[in-house]
Ligand binder design. Structure first.
Ligand code: SF4
Length: 348
């Protein structure tokens, strides 16, 4: 049964053109995303696809200007539903004050822990600051007990000693565990982890992903994992969204992506092929970056890279023209699986 803790309807985020063009550029285009309570949702796409912009906008920590220009987001922290104030300081809803989300209801694990941790503060003080967001009025001894609890929860050996360290004294894996402890210490309902395994060895990456899954299951917490890596995602996802150039081009449950089925988006296939190649140590498929997307906004956002246009089968020889001029409709291989492509589902 659908029980989202956070969802959006047709959300658009725009930024000013860095080249000084007149109109802001859409970096998130009509996103409809649902994060189910207690489940792991993965948002997958290459760098620059808009994943982080979307989630920062949603959590109200986006620096994008003008930012969210259309659409809505809704939070259901305890089952009752109310709008997230995305656009401006929205104070009232249905004639009454907008219910505010509990401070720390969403925890955020940033991409590079070495950047997000304060280099001048000991680990214990940083975790302690999060503890006091969830619980005001604690004695210093009670804060310390909770700090050690959270460091232990993320499987850091000898929490007493780790609490005394400064960030530069931590390995990459330890720093990421500390960042997770800081996010957990606010006791969030939703944990957002943005590329939490970037730059880590595969064995450490696997440990971190396993840890996130274990923590969410144990606490009934929702997890949103942002990643470019299908290897990581396969390990943990209940639900996936694939994003390319600001558009969610495919979404569905894990079986739609990792079990044989009626078809997936060509971009999803490209990401999966790249992850497989990296896992096997072979060269990933070459990206066709020379060709630029059309600026008109018409047609499919992936048309300039789509292999089904670049090397069409005889049945798909007329596809290119359609794909460049018509916005692809959503194809639904099943009621819970959506693919934004003209050709998936057509005979090949
Ligand atoms: S709509 Fe066309 S260009 Fe876009 S992914 Fe499908 S086949 Fe490729």
């Amino acid at each position: 049964m659908s029980d989202p803790i956070l969802f959006t309807r047709d959300l658009w985020v725009r930024v000013h053109d860095p080249n000084g063009g007149g109109s802001p550029i859409a970096v998130v285009r009509g996103a409809n995303i649902e994060l189910q309570r207690g489940a792991t949702t993965c948002l997958v796409g290459e760098s620059g696809s808009g994943k982080t912009v979307l989630m920062r906008a949603l959590l109200g920590i986006s620096g994008a200007r003008p930012g969210v220009t259309a659409g809505t987001a809704w939070a259901r922290p305890d089952g009752s539903e109310f709008p997230v104030p995305l656009v401006g300081p929205r104070k009232r809803w249905r004639g009454r004050a907008l219910p505010s989300l509990r401070p720390g209801w969403a925890g955020y694990v940033f991409q590079h822990p070495s950047h997000s941790l304060d280099p001048l503060l000991r680990v214990g003080d940083q975790v302690g600051a999060s503890v006091t967001i969830a619980h005001s009025g604690l004695t210093p001894a009670a804060v310390k007990r909770r700090v050690l609890h959270w460091l232990e929860t993320v499987h850091l050996p000898n929490p007493e000693a780790v609490a005394q360290l400064f960030p530069h004294e931590l390995s990459g894996g330890m720093a990421q565990r500390v960042a997770i402890a800081i996010a957990l210490a606010t006791e969030p309902d939703l944990l957002v982890a943005d590329e939490p395994t970037t730059g880590l060895d595969w064995s450490v990456r696997r440990d971190i992903v396993d840890l996130l899954g274990e923590l969410c299951r144990a606490r009934g917490m929702s997890l949103l994992l942002i990643s470019h890596d299908f290897q990581v995602v396969e390990h943990i996802a209940d639900q996936l969204y694939v994003m390319f150039r600001g558009e969610l081009v495919e979404d569905g449950p894990r079986r739609a992506f990792f079990e044989p089925g009626p078809g997936s988006h060509p971009y999803t296939r490209e990401l999966q092929a790249r992850s497989r190649a990296l896992e096997e140590g072979s060269s990933p498929p070459r990206l066709h970056l020379a060709e630029q997307p059309t600026s008109s906004g018409a047609g499919c956002v992936y048309a300039h890279r789509c292999p089904w246009i670049r090397e069409p089968s005889p049945e798909r020889s007329a596809l290119g023209e359609r794909c460049r001029s018509v916005r692809p409709p959503d194809f639904r291989p099943s009621s819970d699986h959506r693919v934004r492509c003209i050709a998936v589902g057509e005979p090949t």
